[in-house]
Design a protein around this ligand. Structure first.
Ligand code: DX5
Ligand code: ZN
Length: 226
């Protein structure tokens, strides 16, 4: 699994213009669109929910990668399936029944992902690897865009070894830019979420910087990939 996927986070987009922003970043070379759902309880910030995902869906040609920073997760799974999420990622720390949650996401027709906060060890997902398509390694404490990268290279490498021949993406989320991207792809990540580093300097009226930013991250990241 060595094809690099770049997933811009619309947390850094213009909140009054999600449809156009999604079309602009896809046009600029984004592979997936990353949607950060926050509940003001699991994380100290509130963003948006399934209704916003459903509104965005028709504007996204590719994969809608939905990152749930909410607790509890299970009561909301069906709503995100109806909203058109392709990947639905739940946090290890969001509840006591991760195994059940991941089974429920698959049963609802989506690809399950599991996310780990910086303080959570790789071993926390050892017994759910057969249930997921993606492991998301947080390189910031979730809740806000634009935070400084926390080095999780040893966790990424440990996860890559644990995953072995399974076809599971390792996604890295938080503080990814042209400097940090090669560090994490070098350790075994293949999906890069980037908010600030993609949307920086551009807008729907002037989207040229988006393509430049995505190309720069891709160039830096792939320079070290096998
Ligand atoms: C953090 C979110 C991230 C965030 C990344 O809670 O999960 O997806 O938007 O933003 P940057 O790339 O600005 O760190
Ligand atoms: Zn995210």
């Amino acid at each position: 699994m060595s094809d690099l996927i770049i997933a811009p986070s619309i947390l850094a987009a213009d909140f009054a213009n999600f449809g156009e922003e999604c079309r602009a970043v896809e046009q600029a070379g984004a592979d997936w669109i990353h949607v950060d759902v926050m509940d003001g309880h699991f994380v100290p910030n509130i963003t948006f929910g399934p209704a916003t995902c459903a509104a965005i869906r028709p504007h996204v040609k590719g994969v809608l990668d939905v990152h749930l920073m909410i607790a509890p997760v299970d009561p909301m799974i069906e709503a995100f399936a109806k909203a058109g999420a392709d990947i639905l990622t739940a946090h290890v720390e969001a509840g006591p029944h991760l195994h059940r949650t991941l089974q429920a996401i698959r049963a609802a027709g989506m690809r399950p992902g599991v996310a780990l906060n910086p303080a959570t060890p790789a071993a926390a997902v050892a017994h759910v690897l057969d249930l997921v398509d993606l492991v998301c390694v947080m390189t910031v404490n979730p809740g806000f865009g634009g935070q400084a990268f926390i080095d999780m290279r040893s966790k990424i490498a440990e996860l890559r070894a644990m995953i072995g021949p399974r076809r599971i993406h390792i996604e890295v989320d938080g503080g990814v830019d042209t400097t940090t991207a090669p560090l994490v792809t070098g350790a075994g990540a293949d999906v890069l979420v980037a908010g600030s580093a993609v949307f920086r300097g551009g807008s729907v009226d002037d989207p040229a910087p988006y393509a430049k930013n995505i190309a720069a991250i891709r160039r830096a990241a792939t320079s070290v990939m096998a």
